[in-house]
Design a protein around this ligand. Sequence first.
Ligand code: IFM
Length: 461
Amino acid sequence: MTNWLSRSEEITSRIPKGFIFGAATSSWQIEGSSHLRGRSIWEDFADTPGKILDGAGADPATDHFNRLESDLDLLADLGVDSYRFSVSWPRILPTGEGAVDQKGIDFYDRLIDGLLERNIKPALTLYHWDLPSALQEKGGWASKEIYEHFENYADILASKFADRVFTWATLNEPWVIAFLGNAAGIHAPGIKDPATALEVAYRLMVSSGKALEVLRSNKANNPGVVLNLTTIIADDDKIQDAANHIDNLQNRFWLDLLAGRGIAPEIMDSTSQYTNWDFVEEADLRAAANKIDWLGINYYSPMRVASKPAKGPDHIVGQTPALFPGSPPLHFVPREPQTDMGWEMHAPSLTTTLTRITKDLPGVPLFITENGGAFPDKLVDGVVDDQDRVDYYATHLLAAMDAIDQGVDLRGYYAWSLMDNLEWAEGWTKRFGIVRVSEDDPTRIPKRSFEFLKKVFVERN
Ligand code: IFM
């Protein structure tokens, strides 16, 4: 393994002036203090036995709600330009609608002001998966009423924070929300119904487009959206059609909607056994194509597919045919080296993902809004020497610079994640942080990867 701590100048010398560096988190994964807000679908899911691998729930998470100031100090020490966080919808509107909870507004006011005092630009995401349970009871993202609820929520946040936030993202990873939550049922709300998942995918993008308008009408800076797109690799000749189907649902669906191309006939055909798409309306498609000032890409790994299964362990988090309704038979076959999620580490796929997006959605500046890896960290004598994570960051930062050299308008990079946290259905069993936190000890211990990223952030020109 390369000693990147002594070779960070290979990266810093390639970073363009004005490039934004940051770290990212999300509300449900870190905040805790769920008694001070309304209930979300993730508490409902976590309370269902067997849904979360280690039985973890919303509390205490990393206890960030009570440790805000010292967590902001950590960010300042890391030397970031920006911090990407999400707002918990049920902290602002306990049932998703009705009266605003001032406690929730006060918390995010303190967060945003605390960032600005430390010269860190707030990058706010409206929705990172913690839907108020009361809205799920009314149909959640599968119902048309969600448009109005999401617009109302966006309006409240923008009217309070538009003057101080640097970038706004409407949604985080709508593919995950739609398909992990509603097709495979491995995320909240735990529905296993492809037809619902396809409708949710569509309604999410329409909701996002409508919220973009609301943000703009409140003069919010830089409204955008965050997608998890990746490169699909067909590992043998017989699998190209299936690989195209995976690509259609993972990448093309979202890019086409944003670009105003609507829903491709190939996608409608290959999913026709589940839905006739009669919920699609012209006016909605126009809303889904509302202008974004930037697109966020969360990238971790390519998806490698083959006609035959690979040898060895086959539990890959978030890679299963059930996530791609209408898919021909196929197997996910990540190669070594892999992260703890079973995800193949292949930095060149970050470059190809970014160049492809630039081709399919030209003229839109990009940010890498999440990138990082889960590894089986060991705490030895108070130190986490996570060289595997350092290696992951170094190779992916170089791959991001390669994309810039190839003409991609990449404006920034956020590491996932500032700290170990609740990794959704995996609970505490997977650690993505550059700062160690554990389920039974909220003490923050910066890892070697923190030291490495700090060096890169501080030493760049
Ligand atoms: O932890 C998640 C995050 O919430 C969304 N993007 C992927 C991360 C790792 O799985």
